[in-house]
Ligand binder design. Structure first.
Ligand code: GYE
Length: 605
């Protein structure tokens, strides 16, 4: 059955709209929505339908699972049987739908997830909010709206939906809340305005004790304001989430003073569809997660976020400064090259300054601000110490893209981060230890960390340790510092072995270059790295993978250096006045002795 015929049948059966025969359909994308009752998904559908018009030959076919996982599983199968070439899925439940998504993904169906990411990484790309960052912003908003300070006790009534997102955000809020914050909670079913109003009407006492009511969406926030009004309770702040424009949306509610604030939670629909079309046209930009930016809206800034005002913000981005790290590692060489190629494609004049100290980087950065660059890219050697420089760029209205490494200041100090999930990279190494060294009573681990204070070193160490928690058989006996270079990795291990024998079963290296130095040092002392001592590292350079193949190393978690294209695309989107993601997280593989040979071929670094 040809695609056209299928589509003809589909259209008449599913949506009863006019015949398709007059438009040449070349792309069919299935969109499986969790439901079409809550506002967020209705806005998502409308946004996707708007975006669809931009692509000739594209047809989106929507299904509505009505909140049922079983129906959603069938919907996905049905869309594929109708010839869908790619699926966009907003999951009803991330745990229950996971096996289905994984199965279809490994059968070769490209799957984009919106709004809720299934556990793990077995999908093509995720678009949406990072709940951890959203909760962090909610706490900043609570402090801002209640004039809270560390010593003032504040009571928050958290009104959530009894679904995956509600439970996730409730847990994250309790985890992140400071001692001065007292959290009371009410779980409701559907998250509508009326249901919220009715339930809060029955909880006068909780409302009277609250300084602020936090809700999972703006409709619930409006319901809360109606309940407060009917109960005659005043002085309680209300904070919603979503911040959609248009009549009845969160922006209007803030503007009219019905609620005190909301946090914009973009659907990610626009980015997802442009990614889908690039993907179907063969481009693989290597992103695994596109995290949207959340913005706190209060009466002070609401006018700036009305679509008509926001659209105007096109920029001329041509002259770009890049503060890079001066480092002779496999990763860094490939990283810098990926920029020179990409900036040619995007016709960007890139001035690269390679620096070996944080002070050199700060000087180069401020130099680019004074030179009036259109934008600045920076790979910060260390995550601390950037507040002043970033504030300077912000005051000069110069967008800043963090590439590869992160800074410790808040997300509103820079435009986007393009790079890897270092925490997950560290966790992948520990997952390998758990899966492959369980035969040992006790597993003694020697860690070789990268540059102290650098985000990859901090996060990889945390990610590794996060999976050790509560498992006494795994012990990090010592941490050496190799500063991410093979020479210093070699020296650190040689020094260790000059003081004592190899009293460890595993060496966990934060990057490949150090691992290569460590392996040489172990061999010089007559040990057999990869055999009696297991060797793990991160990056995925050719040199490191050669050691997997010759048995001197056991596991490598990829950290792709090829960030140029995604950084340049983000700059291009910025110039075009589009909403740019807060984070573009790379898609990465892992390698061990079981990895098929094909995966080792065609490596670009
Ligand atoms: O792992 C290492 C380099 O910042 C992620 O820097 C990067 C790290 C990479 O020294 O090889």
């Amino acid at each position: 059955m040809t695609l056209m015929l299928v589509l003809g049948l589909l259209l008449t059966s599913l949506s009863g709209c006019g015949s398709a025969r007059d438009t040449q359909i070349t792309r069919l994308i299935g969109v499986s929505l969790a439901n079409l009752t809550d506002e967020w998904r209705i806005v998502l559908k409308n946004e996707l339908e708007q975006e669809e018009k931009k692509y000739s030959g594209l047809k989106l076919v929507f299904t509505d699972a009505g909140g049922s996982v079983e129906k959603q599983k069938n919907d996905m199968k049905e869309l594929i049987s109708y010839g869908a070439q790619l699926l966009i899925v907003s999951p009803v439940d991330v745990e229950e739908l996971m096996p289905e998504v994984e199965g279809l993904y490994y059968d070769g169906m490209p799957i984009l997830l919106l709004d809720r990411a299934i556990k793990g990484f077995d999908y093509t790309c995720f678009f949406g909010t990072d709940d951890r960052l959203l909760v962090k912003q909610e706490l900043e908003a609570v402090a801002a709206l209640t004039g809270g300070s560390q010593d003032k006790k504040v009571t928050v009534l958290n009104v959530l939906m009894n679904n995956y997102t509600g439970r996730q955000r409730s847990g994250l809020l309790r985890e992140a809340a400071g001692d001065n914050l007292q959290i009371r909670q009410i779980m409701i079913q559907n998250g509508t305005r009326d249901e919220t109003e009715d339930i809060l009407m029955e909880n006068r006492e909780l409302l009277e004790k609250a300084d602020l009511i936090l809700t999972q969406n703006d409709y619930m926030a409006y319901g809360a304001s109606l309940a407060l009004k009917r109960l005659g309770i005043s002085g309680v702040k209300i904070l919603g989430v979503d911040g959609f424009p248009g009549e009845g949306g969160g922006l209007e509610m803030v503007k009219k003073g019905l609620i005190d604030g909301t946090i914009i939670c973009p659907t990610g629909g626009e980015q997802a569809l442009s990614y889908a079309m690039r993907y179907l046209n063969g481009s693989r930009d290597g992103a695994k997660q596109i995290i949207t930016r959340n913005t706190l809206i209060t009466r002070d800034n609401v006018d700036d976020y009305y679509p008509e005002k926001k659209k105007a913000l096109k920029r001329n981005i041509k002259a770009v400064g890049y503060v890079q790290i001066d480092e002779n590692t496999g990763f860094r060489r490939a990283n810098t090259n990926s920029f020179s190629d990409a900036c040619r494609e995007y016709k960007i004049e890139l001035e690269i300054k390679e620096c070996s100290t944080i002070q050199e980087q700060l000087d180069a950065f401020c130099g680019f601000v004074e030179a009036g660059k259109d934008a600045i890219i920076v790979s910060p050697i260390l995550e601390d110490g950037w507040d002043e420089a970033l504030e300077m760029a912000r005051a000069a209205d110069i967008p800043v893209i963090l590439s590869d490494r992160e800074v410790s200041c808040s997300e509103d100090m820079y435009t986007s981060f393009v790079g890897s999930d270092f925490v997950e990279e560290g966790a992948r190494c520990m997952r390998w230890v758990e899966e492959n060294m369980d035969y040992l009573e006790e597993v003694r681990i020697l860690e070789v960390e990268g540059t102290k204070g650098a985000s990859p070193a901090i996060d990889r160490g945390n990610g590794f340790r996060s999976l050790m928690a509560g498992k006494d058989k795994y012990r990090i006996i010592d941490t050496l510092n190799g500063n991410f270079t093979s020479v210093e990795g070699y020296e650190a291990m040689t020094d260790y072995l000059s003081r004592k024998d190899a009293d460890f079963d595993v060496v966990f290296c934060h990057n490949d270059d150090m691992m290569i130095g460590v392996v040489e040092a172990l061999k010089e002392k007559g040990y057999a790295p990869g055999e009696d001592i297991k060797i793990l590292s991160i990056d995925g350079t050719k040199d490191a993978l050669d050691r997997i193949k010759n048995g001197e190393a056991n596991f490598v978690a990829e950290c792709t250096p090829l960030l140029g294209p995604n950084v340049m695309r983000t700059l291009w989107q910025l110039g075009d006045g589009q909403e740019v993601p807060l984070r573009v997280i790379s898609s990465e593989e892992t390698f061990d002795e079981n990895t098929p040979d094909t995966a080792f071929r065609n490596r670009q670094y």
